[in-house]
Ligand binder design. Sequence first.
Ligand code: DC
Length: 230
Amino acid sequence: MSKVPVICVDGPSGAGKGTLSQRLAETLGWHLLDSGALYRIVGHACVLRDISWQDESRVVEVAETLDVRFVPSPAGVSVWLEGEDVTAQIRSQDGSRGASAVAVLAKVRVALLDRQRSMATLPGLVADGRDMGTVVFPNAVLKIFLTASAEARARRRQAQLLEKGESVSLPRLLDSINERDERDTNRSASPLVAAKDAVLIDSSTLTVDAVCDRVLELAADKGLIARSPN
Ligand code: DC
C-alpha cells in the first residue's frame, strides 16, 4: 500500500470534494475512491434487505458482503449493486439519510476499511471522504482538507437543486448544512476532523480550476507527480 501514491481529499459536505477529486483523478489518470458512495450503498442495501439502519451487527454483515462495482461513464461514475445500477437511488435524499445513519456505526466503518484500502493500486488513488487522511490512509503523502463557508456551500447546493428543477430556500439549506456539520463533527466514530498533516484549502471564493491547480502544485512539491512544464 505504501508504494502507491494516495491523495486524500477530506472535508465537510458541499465543500466541492467530489468535483475536485473527480477532476484530479481524471487529470492524473489515477483511480478514484468515492467513500461516501460506499456508505450510501450500505444504507440502500439495508433497505433492499429490510434491515434497520440501527441494527449494527446486521449492517456490518451487509457491509462485509457488498457486491458493488464502480463503472466510469461519460456522466461520471455509476454505481452498481448486485448487478443493478443504483446511482440515482443512492444519490437521493433517502440515500443521504441512510448513509449518514450507517456511517455513525463504528463496526460498519471498520468493515469497510479493507475494501477502501484495496483501491490504492498503481498508478495512484484519489480518495474522497471524511476520514481518508485520519483513518483510512494515515500514511498518505498528500492530504487536503477542503472547506468552504456554510453560506458558500448552501449557495452551491441551491444551484445544484435548481438545475434538477427543485427550489429550496437558502435559509433552509443553511440550517440543514449546519445541522449536518454538527453531526459529522461530533460523532464518536471517525468524527470529521482535519489530519494534523493536512493542507487546509478554503474553496469559498475559489473556482474548481484554481483549487485543482493548487492541489497539483502541492502534489508536485511532494514529488508525487512531475511538475507541469508551464
Ligand atoms: O460524501 P457523501 O455526501 O456522499 O457522504 C455520505 C455520508 O457518508 C455522509 O453522511 C458522510 C458519510 N461519510 C463518512 O462518514 N465517511 C466517509 N469517508 C465518507 C462519507
